[in-house]
Design a protein around this ligand. Structure first.
Ligand SMILES: Nc1ncnc2c1ncn2[C@@H]1O[C@H](COP(=O)(O)OP(=O)(O)O)[C@@H](O)[C@H]1O
Ligand SMILES: [Mg+2]
Length: 226
């Protein structure tokens, strides 16, 4: 866990499959923190800066078939390094709550568990990209793989690639390995990575996230009080 005195803000990441509800829930969580008077910065991976969004277009473009697994790793790492330097570190230093849609755990789940690349290498690359910055809390939205993909296919932003993006086009077995990988990561670091069941209504899932985030921010309201 990163040193609290060096960084006054709170760093929360959302992880989980496509369609799990990260974008939806990230916005609601940001709203809940803003209601309490926190300054909140919402961002996403890969993306969140012009350089990182350019990397995102390459990473998700389904016409770029045959990308070498390590090329994929370094493109994600490059996008991450830029985001940490340009957005996350300065926001945390200014005392903001940073809510980031995907971060280091996605690399371990997708490129490690999904593609089978060696974990130690991925962890080393993650450390280089982030300068060791670790989230205070990671909310893992866990959903049945098929249900997540179905949700993802329904969302409007899908129009970007006129259908599924490069990662979503992977086989069902790949997505199942990724899901199991995320669950392993939650088991390995239970203090930081909290599994949140992502099935059910948006409001119900939101309450689960708030309950988990209350460990960091005790002033977050109880859902039944809202
Ligand atoms: N709890 C939920 N129940 C039903 N649909 C949902 C729920 N949460 C999100 N959605 C919808 O599913 C789609 C994917 O959600 P999104 O937040 O974009 O997921 P992610 O960012 O994890 O890919 C969106 O169209 C969203 O409106
Ligand atoms: Mg999203």
């Amino acid at each position: 866990m990163r040193s609290r005195c060096a960084m006054p803000g709170l760093f929360i990441t959302l992880e989980g499959a496509d369609g799990a509800g990260k974008t939806t829930q990230g916005a609601l969580l940001a709203q809940a923190f803003r209601k309490l008077g926190f300054s909140v910065v919402e961002t996403r991976e890969p993306g969140g800066t012009p350089v990182s969004e350019a990397a995102r277009r390459v990473l998700l473009d389904p016409s770029l078939t045959g990308m070498a697994p390590m090329a994929e790793v370094f493109l994600y790492a490059a996008a991450r390094a830029q985001l940490v330097t340009e957005v996350i570190q300065p926001a945390l230093a200014a005392g903001a709550v940073v809510i980031c849609d995907r971060f280091i755990d996605s690399t371990l789940a997708y490129q490690g568990f999904g593609r089978g690349l060696p974990m130690e290498r991925l962890e080393a690359i993650n450390r280089m990209a982030t300068e060791g910055l670790t989230p205070d809390l990671t909310l893992l939205l866990d959903i049945d793989t098929e249900e997540g993909l179905q949700r993802a296919r329904r969302r409007p932003e899908q129009a970007e690639w006129q259908g599924a993006d490069r990662m979503e086009r992977e086989a069902a077995a790949f997505h199942q390995r990724v899901r199991r990988g995320f669950l392993e990561l939650a088991k390995k670091e239970p203090e930081r990575v909290r599994r949140i069941p992502a099935g059910g209504a948006v409001a119900e899932v939101h309450c689960r996230l708030i309950d988990a985030a209350r460990a960091l921010a005790p002033s977050l309201p109880y859902c039944q009080e809202e």
